[in-house]
Design a protein around this ligand. Structure first.
Ligand code: TXA
Ligand code: MG
Length: 326
């Protein structure tokens, strides 16, 4: 009798072994790392091979630049120059933390990282395990969110395992991400601070003077800010009227609500972002809940905006992109 062999790639190991993570990164392998925002798909930012692997595994277009992660700004003083005073002040306040700043790069930063731009995005995560990892490395890590390009960002090791587990060896387990939204990205232009992506630091907390210029495919300054991003596979509608739902079977509609379930849909299809109306809790749950609904084999996900202040502004921006109605 002929035996059948099914060749499958082993899944990634999940654990907290920093030495193994360092060993893999030094060999230009990729490791998924926890941060307070979302999990990142990390590789040596100064190695062409490792950076190429990031783009391949994520199926990310080369025009979309990567953020460089380090444990302190001092550690990369040969990679960036001319840090504007306004950014220094905000960096002191929010780094380490969920803030990314764009700085003029030196020639040591590969063009592949910045998609040809003369500015590189710098982030210092506050997550203790990744802080330790970065402190022990003598190179910075390039790390986009550890999801296939365009899909919802991962906030737990299992999210990374499901989507990229066959393509990477190790997922460093730092538990559930505390913030749950990607970092806020800012840059300084003509002495003004501009927000390019709303995220884990609320826009209001950056000062009264900041300007917001979110980017999309039609305005690709931060090219990852495409209109349809963070998108589940199932279509998403924000705040539909009941008549918009005529053609749907209500049993097959998933509902993502801010505080309270809706009486008109099956309760088992509904997820709540924060029963107490806490925007931090809502941010922490947003991506995990969207994923869970996406995996429930439904025809439609309906959702609603949350209050549009603090982290609520970033949550609403992600909802718009998930529904591609920017
Ligand atoms: O919270 C985060 O920032 C997470 C964690 C893993 O650190 N990372 C993350 O990376 O969200 P990614 O690649 O998924 O999103 C990075 C965004 C993209 O929209 C990209 O276009 C923008 O940052 N970006 C990166 N470098 C840039 C640059 N030099 N100029 C303009 N935009 C840049
Ligand atoms: Mg991303």
């Amino acid at each position: 009798m002929q035996s059948k062999f099914i060749l499958t790639q082993p899944m990634a190991q999940i654990g907290t072994d920093l030495s193994l993570a360092i060993d893999l990164l030094q060999k230009d392998e990729l490791v998924a790392i926890p941060t307070e925002t979302v999990y990142g798909l990390a590789g040596n930012a100064l190695s062409q091979d490792a950076v190429m692997k990031i783009f391949q595994v994520k199926k990310r277009p080369f025009f979309d630049p990567l953020i460089l992660h380090t444990s302190s700004l001092e550690k990369i003083n040969n990679l960036v120059v001319n840090i504007p005073d306004q950014l220094k002040t905000l960096a002191h306040k929010y780094m380490p933390g969920p803030l990314t700043i764009l700085l003029e790069k030196t020639d040591l930063v590969p063009d592949l990282i910045t998609a040809g731009s003369d500015k590189v995005a710098i982030r210092i995560p506050v997550h203790p395990l990744t802080q330790k990892l970065l402190a022990r490395l003598d190179f910075p890590l390039a790390a986009p969110s550890a999801n296939p390009f365009g899909y919802i960002s991962p906030t737990e090791p299992s999210h990374v395992q499901k989507q990229l587990g066959e393509q990477i060896r190790y997922i460093l387990d730092g538990g559930q991400c505390e913030v749950g939204l990607e970092s806020t990205i800012i840059e300084c232009r003509n002495n003004e601070i501009w927000v390019l992506r709303k995220g884990g630091v609320a826009v209001e907390d950056l000062g009264h003077e900041v300007k917001v210029e979110l980017h999309s495919s039609s305005n690709p300054k931060a090219p990852g800010m495409l209109k349809s991003h963070y998108a589940p596979k199932v279509p998403v509608l924000i705040g539909p009227q009941i008549e918009d739902l005529d053609k749907y079977n209500f049993e097959r509609i998933g509902v993502l609500k801010f505080q309270e379930a809706s009486p008109i849909f099956p309760v088992e299809n509904q997820l709540i972002l924060s029963k107490s109306g806490n925007l931090q809790e809502a941010a922490r749950n947003l991506f995990a809940h969207l994923r869970e609904l996406d995996e429930m084999d439904l025809d439609l996900i309906i959702t609603e905006y949350v209050p549009d202040h603090g982290l609520g502004r970033a949550i609403n921006d992600k909802l718009k992109r998930a529904a591609a109605c920017e």
